[in-house]
Write a protein that binds this ligand. Structure first.
Ligand code: ATR
Length: 271
């Protein structure tokens, strides 16, 4: 039986073991999947120990995605662009690093939520790691315009430098957001302090989709703000979570699992 795992700290609430075991069952794959609580500051040693026990692949969550980036012996383009790795695949001495967060997000938006990105106006809130991972996959879908909203001026410079040739990409302070957007994505960590990013109601187009990349936090302050601004479709990142897992599963096992039933199973009403 091939062994896979997710590593994070904390890890108790991770849905990854449930998701991957269900994928294995529905695709007829023989594998086991465990959750590892990684001790802080000991990422590489911990992964080495599990590889010695036969670990074939590893998903990486907070706070180890940058450690996993450093650990990887090679990395795919999305990982390089994100500066973070959320999936490691072990093959002898090699540790191949990938990042499926952005592609999972786009797949959820387009395939599951039936919202094409091409030709639309997209607003991404925040300039941190979550935004960095999402920008490349979103830009690849050719939005008409992709605006990144920043709170602290200057924090957007690193992102700007990453995509020097993206003509659709621009950056704005929250107070300067004056156009309506079809798709508004919360990639800030504002929820952690119980806040909503200060996005003005006029930023939501009629029929907009409001998407919080966080998962399992219920109706976040951002989603509540969007709802109060009249947005009809407000969702959290459960679909993104399941879709990035499906990408990892495909990389490891060569089969793409169905995601719809799992997303439905993990979806909690946002109240
Ligand atoms: P992550 O890796 O999860 O993206 P991060 O790198 O710390 O986390 O980035 C968090 C982002 O959320 C930052 O852009 C941060 O803005 P600042 O750089 O100005 O701090 C943004 N953020 C956090 N709380 C926010 C709030 N209340 N309103 C708006 N933006 C907020």
């Amino acid at each position: 039986t091939d062994l896979y795992a997710v590593i994070g700290n904390p890890i108790a609430h991770s849905k990854s073991p449930l998701i991957h075991k269900a994928f294995a069952q529905t695709t007829g794959q023989d594998l086991d999947y465990v959750a590892i609580e990684g001790p802080l500051g000991r990422f590489a040693e911990t992964v080495d120990e599990w590889r010695n026990k036969g670990l074939r692949g590893l998903n990486i969550t907070v706070p180890f995605k940058m450690d996993a980036f450093a650990y990887a012996s090679r990395r795919d383009a999305a990982a390089e662009e994100a500066g973070a790795v959320n999936c490691l695949t072990f093959d002898g001495a090699e540790a191949e690093g990938a990042n499926y967060d952005g592609v999972g997000l786009v797949r959820d938006i387009e395939a599951n939520l039936a919202t094409p990105v091409k030709g639309r106006n997209v607003l991404v809130l925040g300039t941190g790691g979550a935004t960095r991972g999402a920008l490349g996959p979103l830009l690849a879908r050719e939005p008409a315009r992709l605006t990144v909203a920043f709170r602290t001026p200057g924090k957007e410079q690193e992102l700007r430098a990453l995509f020097p040739h993206a003509h659709a990409l621009d950056f704005a302070a929250y107070a300067d957001l004056d156009a309506p957007y079809d798709l508004v994505l919360n990639a800030t960590s504002a929820t952690l302090s119980g806040e909503a990013p200060p996005v003005p109601g006029r930023a939501f187009a009629r029929g907009a989709l409001a998407y919080d990349l966080a998962y399992g936090k219920g109706l976040t302050p951002f989603l509540r703000l969007a709802r109060e601004a009249g947005v009809g479709t407000c969702v959290d990142g459960v679909g993104m979570l399941v879709e990035q897992a499906a990408e990892a599963f495909l990389r490891w096992r060569g089969v793409r699992p169905e995601t719809k039933a799992m997303i439905e199973r993990l979806t909690v009403p946002l109240v």
